[in-house]
Design a protein around this ligand. Structure first.
Ligand code: F58
Length: 837
C-alpha cells in the first residue's frame, strides 16, 4: 500500500508548478492544447486541420474532467447511494465543448489560450459535430434531466444505444427536405471513453426449452438464434461548478465472434463475416420514425439490446457493492422514458427468475419497486404495440413472461371486477381485437410503481383517456411531473449576454438555483435602464441570427422586425400550417393596401419531418413556397420575411432561442403532451402565442395571463366539436379571408401555378381537418393582431419579456428532478448540489 501511494506522489511532481494535464491557467491550457495536438492528433500547428485543433482543445478539457469523473465513478461502486438509471432510446445531448467549459468554469481562460494560438473559440465550437442521438423533445428532455441530476448531485447513469448514425441531417433543396446521413463519429469522438472490459451478451430469436432442474423446480432455457455483444462507451456528464460527474453509458453492438472460422475454412467467406454485419446493424441508426412502429423487427431488437445490457450492468454494479440480488432496488431506481425501453419489465423478470433463480413473486415485487414509467404522448397512433408473431420470433422467452404477467394481472382484474369481460379485454397486455398485438404502455404501467405524464393537462388527460382503466385499478400509481429544461445550457451557455446582464443585477446564483433566484429580476421590469439593456441584448442576438440566416439560406432579414419563431418537429398536430395561414392573411392585407402600416415581421421556421411522413414534408414545401413569393414581392417591401432554417438541432437552437421575440406554441389543445421549446423561448425573453395545451397552461399561470397571447379552443372544446360533428368546410364558407387564403394555396398561387402540389393538404383541411386549423383560424389571426399592437409599445413589450423570464423558475429541470426524487425514486438529493446556500 505504502509503495503505491509513493509512486503516485512521484507522478504528481513530474511538472513543477501547475500540471499541464489539470491546470486551468491560460498558460497551462495553451501548453496542454499543443501537447494534445502533438501526442494525440500527431500534428504540429503548421499541419493541423480545424478538426485537429478542435480535438486537441476537447482533449484538454476532458483531461480536466477526469479526476472528478474517477471520483464519482468510485462512489458509484462503493457507496450505498441509490443510482437513477435513466433508460431512454434517445439522448439529444447537444455539443459538449462549450457546456463542459462552462461547467468547469474555464471558458474565459480557454478563450485566452486559443487566442494565443491564433484561434477563435467560437469557431472551434462551431466545428463540433453534434451527437444527434434523438428526434426531438423526448430525447432533449433526457439530456436536460442528465444535466440536472448531476447538478443536484444525484448519482445517475443514462443508458442508451451508441447509434453510429444519429438523426439525419436536413438539407433543403427546391424547398423540400432531403435527408443526409449523420456521420457524427467519423472525425472521432473525444468525449467518450470506451470500456472494452464492460460487455454483455444479448440473445435474439430462437426458442425456449422447459425442464425441471435437479431440485425438481420448473426452469426455462432460452436457445437463441444468435447472440449480440454490447460494449460500454461512457460519456462523462459534468455538473455545474460541482464535484459530481455522472455517466451517459451507450452500448455498441458487436458480433460475439466477428469471424466465423468454421465457415471460412469451409470456403464460405460471406457467411464468415455475415454475423458481424448482422450484429453491428443493431445499433447502426436511430429510428427517425413518427409513424406507427409495427413491423420493424430491428427497432424491437435495438430496444431490447440496450435495455438488456443496461439491466445486466445494474446487477453487476449492485453485486460489486457487495449486496445480494434481493436488495437490487436499494441500488437502482429505473426510469422508463416512454415505452421504448418498457421491455425492461419482462427482461428484469427474466434475469431474476431464469438467471438468478429467484421465485416469481419476489422477482415481481423487485421489478415493480424499481421501475417507473413516463408517458410522453396521447396520440393513439404513437402508442407502441408489437405484432405478436414478430415479437414471438424475436423474443420468445419474453413472450412467455408477458403471458404470465398478463395471466396474473387479469386474474386480479377479474377478482376485483367480477363479470366485466369488456374491462378485461381493454386492460389486457395483449390487444386481441383483431390482429394480435402486445401493448407496451400496458406492460410499462402494470410493471411500474409510478406512472407520470409530463404536464398537468397531459397527466389529467392520460387518466381520463388512454390509461383510464389502469388509473381506476391503480389510482395511487399516477402522478404528474411537469417537464423542465436546464437554464445552464438554455440561458447561461446559449445566451451569454443575457446571462451577464442578469448576473450584473442579481449575482450568479440563478444559474444553480433558477427556481428561487431568477424571480429577483422581477422588480427590474420597472427599471427603464434595465429595460434598455435588455432590449439591446435581444437586438444583438437577433442581428447575430440574421447573419447566420443569410449565410445558410441567402435570405436577408431585418433585425428590427419582430422575430416570430416556430421551431420543433414538423407535425400536423403542431400546426406549422396554421402559422402559414396567418402569414398569407397578412400578405393579402398588404396586397390590398400596400401603404398600410404594419409591424414588420420575420417568420422563422425550423424542424425535421419524419422521412416517411408525407404531409409533414408537404408542410415544409408549403412554407418554402410561400416564402419564395412573399420575400420577393415588391409591395411587401421587406416588411414580411419568411425563413425556413434548415437542420434544426441543439446547436442551431442555441442561436435561435436567444433571438426570439414571439414563440409559436399553437398545437391543437390536448395534443402536445408538454412541449419544452415553449420553456426555452420564455427563458430567453420571448412572449408566447399559444393554445391551452401541454405546459403552455402552466407557463401562462406562472407568467400571468396579461403576459401571454392566448387563442383557440380548449381541450374540452376540441372534444366537444368532434362529438358534435366537425365540419371544417363551414368555416371556409363563412370566412372570406380564410377562403381567400385556402383558394390561393389550392390555385397554385404559391407553387408557380402548380394546382396539384398542395391539393392533398388543402383537401385534408377542407374535408377532415383532424387538428382543427379552420376552427382556430380566426381566433389565431385576431390574437396575432394583438401581438402586433403590443409590439408597437416597446416599453410594454420589454416589461412583459422581463416578467416572462423572471417567472420561469418553475420550469427549470432542477425542479422536475426534485419532484422525481421525492415522488418516484425515493432519493434525497445529496448535499452540495442544487440550491446555493
Ligand atoms: C415529446 N415526444 C412530446 N417524441 O411530443 C412533447 O410534448 C414533450 O414535451 C416531450 O416529448 C418531452 O416530454 C417526443 O419527442 C418523439 O420524439 C418520438 C420518439 C420515438 C419516435 C417517434 C417520435
Amino acid at each position: 500500500m505504502a509503495k503505491r501511494s509513493k509512486k503516485r506522489r512521484d507522478l504528481s511532481t513530474v511538472t513543477i508548478g501547475e500540471n499541464t494535464r489539470t491546470g486551468t491557467s491560460v498558460a497551462s491550457l495553451k501548453q496542454a492544447i499543443l501537447d494534445n495536438l502533438y501526442y494525440i492528433q500527431g500534428r504540429t500547428p503548421e499541419l493541423a486541420t480545424p478538426n485537429d485543433w478542435y480535438m486537441a482543445v476537447a482533449y484538454t478539457v476532458r483531461d480536466r474532467m477526469l479526476s472528478r469523473f474517477i471520483r464519482s465513478h468510485k462512489g458509484i461502486r462503493s457507496s450505498e447511494m441509490k443510482i437513477v438509471s435513466y433508460l431512454s432510446a434517445e439522448f439529444l445531448v447537444g455539443p459538449h465543448l462549450g457546456n463542459n467549459l462552462m461547467n468547469l468554469g474555464i471558458t474565459g481562460q480557454m478563450r485566452g489560450a486559443v487566442k494565443e494560438l491564433d484561434l477563435e473559440l467560437d469557431v472551434l465550437l462551431e466545428n463540433e459535430a453534434e451527437p444527434g442521438l434523438g428526434n426531438g423533445g423526448l430525447g432533449r428532455l433526457a439530456a436536460c434531466y442528465m444535466d440536472s441530476l448531476a447538478s443536484l448531485n444525484v448519482s445517475a447513469i443514462g443508458y442508451s444505444n451508441r447509434y453510429e448514425f444519429g438523426v439525419f441531417n436536413q438539407e433543403i433543396h427546391d424547398g423540400r427536405q432531403i435527408e443526409k446521413t449523420d456521420k457524427w463519429l467519423s472525425l472521432g469522438n473525444p468525449w467518450e471513453i470506451s470500456r472494452p472490459e464492460i460487455f454483455y451478451e444479448v440473445n435474439v430469436g430462437g426458442q425456449t426449452v422447459h425442464y425441471l432442474d435437479d431440485k425438481g423446480c420448473f426452469r426455462v432455457r432460452w436457445i437463441p438464434h444468435h447472440v449480440v455483444k454490447g460494449f460500454a462507451y461512457d460519456t462523462p456528464i459534468l455538473s455545474y461548478h460541482n464535484d459530481r460527474v455522472n455517466i451517459l453509458r451507450l452500448w455498441k453492438s458487436e458480433a460475439v465472434e466477428s469471424f466465423d472460422f468454421q465457415a471460412f475454412n469451409d470456403g464460405d467467406y460471406y457467411k464468415a463475416v455475415n454475423e458481424k454485419i448482422v450484429s453491428e446493424t443493431v445499433g447502426k441508426v436511430l429510428y427517425p420514425n413518427d409513424e406507427p412502429e409495427t413491423g420493424k423487427t430491428l427497432r424491437l431488437v435495438q430496444q431490447y439490446f440496450f435495455v438488456s445490457c443496461s439491466l445486466q450492468d445494474m446487477i453487476r454494479i449492485h453485486l460489486i457493492r457487495g449486496k445480494g440480488i434481493e436488495t437490487l432496488p436499494e441500488s437502482f431506481a429505473v426510469q422508463l422514458n416512454d415505452t421504448h425501453p418498457s421491455i425492461a419489465i419482462a427482461e428484469l423478470m427474466r434475469l431474476l427468475v431464469d438467471e438468478h433463480l429467484m421465485d416469481w413473486d419476489k422477482a415481481w415485487q423487485i421489478t415493480g419497486k424499481m421501475m417507473a414509467y413516463t408517458n410522453h404522448t396521447l396520440l393513439p397512433e404513437a402508442l407502441e404495440k408489437w405484432p405478436l408473431p414478430l415479437f414471438s420470433r424475436t423474443l420468445p422467452r419474453h413472450l412467455e413472461i408477458i403471458y404470465e404477467i398478463n395471466r396474473r394481472f387479469l386474474n386480479e382484474v377479474r377478482l376485483r371486477n367480477p363479470g366485466d369481460g369488456g374491462l378485461v379485454a381493454r386492460l389486457s397486455l395483449i390487444d386481441e381485437s383483431g390482429e394480435k398485438y402486445i401493448r407496451m404502455a400496458h406492460l410499462a404501467a402494470v410493471g411500474s410503481h409510478r406512472i407520470n405524464g409530463v404536464s398537468a393537462l397531459h397527466s389529467k388527460l392520460l387518466i381520463e383517456t388512454v390509461l383510464k382503466d389502469l388509473h381506476t385499478l391503480y389510482p395511487d400509481r399516477f402522478v404528474n411531473v411537469t417537464n423542465g429544461v436546464t437554464p445552464r445550457r438554455w440561458i447561461a451557455l446559449s445566451n451569454p449576454e443575457l446571462a451577464a446582464l442578469i448576473t450584473r443585477r442579481i449575482g450568479d446564483r440563478w444559474i444553480k438555483n433558477f427556481e428561487d433566484e431568477i424571480r429577483k429580476i422581477e422588480p427590474l421590469a420597472d427599471d427603464a435602464e434595465f429595460r434598455e439593456e435588455w432590449r439591446k441584448v435581444k437586438r444583438k442576438n437577433k442581428s447575430r441570427l440574421a447573419a447566420i440566416i443569410q449565410e445558410r439560406t441567402g435570405v436577408v432579414t431585418n433585425p428590427d422586425s419582430l422575430f416570430d419563431i416556430q421551431v420543433k418537429r414538423i407535425h400536423e398536430y403542431k400546426r406549422q400550417h396554421l402559422n402559414v395561414l396567418n402569414i398569407i392573411t397578412l400578405y393579402n392585407r398588404i396586397k390590398k393596401d400596400p401603404g398600410r402600416e404594419i409591424v414588420p415581421r420575420t417568420f422563422i421556421f425550423g424542424g425535421k419531418a419524419a422521412p416517411g411522413y408525407f404531409m409533414a414534408k408537404l408542410i415544409i414545401k408549403l412554407i418554402n413556397s410561400v416564402a419564395e413569393v412573399i420575400n420577393k414581392d415588391q409591395d411587401v417591401a421587406g416588411r414580411l420575411k419568411v425563413v425556413f432554417f434548415p437542420n434544426f438541432n441543439v446547436k442551431n437552437a442555441q442561436h435561435i432561442y436567444p433571438a426570439a421575440e414571439l414563440s409559436e406554441q399553437i398545437s391543437t389543445a390536448g395534443k402536445e403532451a408538454s412541449g419544452t421549446g415553449n420553456m426555452k423561448f420564455s427563458m430567453n425573453g420571448a412572449l408566447t402565442i399559444g393554445t391551452l395545451d401541454g405546459a403552455n397552461v402552466e407557463i401562462r399561470e406562472e407568467v400571468g395571463q396579461e403576459n401571454f397571447f392566448l387563442f383557440g379552443l380548449t381541450a374540452d372544446e376540441v372534444i366537444n366539436q368532434k362529438v358534435k360533428g366537425y365540419h371544417p368546410r363551414n368555416y371556409y364558407d363563412s370566412n372570406p379571408h380564410l377562403r381567400e387564403v385556402i383558394d390561393q394555396i389550392r390555385s397554385g398561387h404559391f407553387s408557380r401555378g402548380d394546382a396539384e402540389l398542395f391539393r392533398p393538404l388543402v383537401e385534408n383541411l377542407l374535408n377532415q381537418d383532424p387538428f382543427l386549423l379552420l376552427a382556430d383560424y380566426q381566433s389565431y389571426v385576431d390574437c396575432q393582431d394583438s401581438v402586433g399592437l403590443a409590439y408597437r409599445d416597446q416599453e410594454r413589450w420589454m416589461r412583459m419579456s422581463i416578467l416572462n423570464v423572471a417567472r420561469m423558475g418553475r420550469f427549470s429541470s432542477d425542479r422536475s428532478i426534485r419532484e422525481y426524487c421525492d415522488t418516484i425514486w425515493e432519493i434525497k438529493p445529496a448535499k452540495g448540489g442544487g440550491k446555493a446556500p
